[in-house]
Design a protein around this ligand. Structure first.
Ligand code: GTR
Length: 331
């Protein structure tokens, strides 16, 4: 009996390192690697937000879940990334909600022209019950809405002349995102909308295929559009939130605990993105001014708002209209 015990002890001692190694391997096998696509370059505030998200997912999962960030449209343009996320080919993407609204039209209610009184109003809406409802509404189209990112306000820029009044835009060919609302918005101002993917805009401006486009300071700067379209007119027609969306296919494969880790990391990375946005936007404005761009304020924003007012009737469903009322009522 004693002999048997000694043999068993020796065997178990001999096997211990093997088991430990086996466990280690099993842990490594469990590492989950997920991909996140962004069409903006490294250093851009959304990519800084994405990287924070990846860092937090790794931290909260003790290194078990890794998110690889693919910036600069390396996994495809914005629309194609949304499609890939929808069928599960890419796990996450950070996008503007303008093109996302083609997949979930209710999102138009969050990006109507001159909807928010100021950034504070927008954040109260997005980080409150209304914003939560819209994140959840993404599930019907195969996504899980995770969090909102800042994207400032969009204004027009062009290669021809400063814009002061709505009449100045008459007949101009303006590139828009692949979005019905943005098409309608440009039409409402008497200009001709040309939907086009972001990566094609620089050469279209340069060759005169289009006269102008519209975007926030950071995009006007980082896309280098300011080099070829030097008139930037601050009308701030829309504040278009951006969103990190996950593929529902990916999320459904994860445990409840891992889904919660991802949701929490997304909520917690937002503050970093908002700070990065504010820093970058200031620097971009300074940079394009220093580069000789001609920048003017639009003094009569009310004229622009009035021209776009019919879109609230035309572009929104009854449900969308009801949400707009709720958004406006947020103090
Ligand atoms: C930027 C946004 C991009 C893309 C781009 C565009 O502000 O960050 O995701 O939507 O605008 O105009 O296509």
């Amino acid at each position: 009996m004693k002999k048997l015990l000694t043999v068993l002890l020796l065997v178990s001692v001999a096997l211990t390192p093997m088991f430990a190694q086996g466990e280690q391997e099993a842990k490594e096998d469990e590492t989950i690697v997920l991909r996140l696509a962004d069409n903006q370059p490294i250093g851009y505030p959304t990519v800084i937000g994405d990287e924070k998200f990846a860092e937090l997912v790794e931290e909260y999962s003790n290194g078990r879940i890794k998110v690889e960030v693919y910036p600069q449209a390396t996994l495809g343009d914005e629309k194609s990334c949304i499609e890939q996320v929808q069928f599960g080919g890419i796990d996450f993407t950070r996008v503007s909600i303008s093109p996302l609204a083609s997949f979930n039209p209710l999102l138009n209610a969050l990006q109507m022209p001159y909807l928010y009184r100021n950034p504070d109003h927008m954040w109260k809406v997005l980080n409150g019950e209304i914003g939560d409802y819209f994140l959840e509404s993404m599930e019907d189209s195969g996504f899980v809405g995770l969090t909102y990112f800042d994207s400032g306000a969009r204004s027009f820029y062009n290669t021809k002349k400063p814009i002061y009044t709505v009449a100045d835009l008459a007949g101009m060919k303006i590139r828009v995102q692949e979005s019905d609302l943005m098409m309608g918005l440009v039409e409402a101002l008497g200009a001709a909308p040309t939907p086009m993917s972001y990566g094609d805009v620089y050469s279209a401006l340069q060759t005169g295929v289009i006269d102008g486009a519209e975007n926030n300071w950071p995009s006007y700067d980082s896309s280098n559009h300011y080099e070829v379209a030097k008139y930037y007119s601050i009308d701030q027609h829309t504040r278009v939130p951006e969103m990190i969306i996950a593929s529902k296919t990916t999320m459904d494969k994860l445990s409840q605990e891992d889904q919660e880790i991802i949701k929490k990391a997304a909520r917690d990375c937002q503050a970093t993105q908002i700070q990065a946005w504010s820093d970058y936007a200031k620097k971009s404005e300074e940079k394009v001014r220093a580069a000789g761009c001609q920048i003017n304020e639009i003094t009569d924003q009310a004229e622009f708002a009035a021209a776009m007012e019919p879109l609230y009737e035309k572009m929104l469903s009854d449900e969308g209209k009801a949400w707009v009322e709720k958004i406006k009522a947020v103090k």
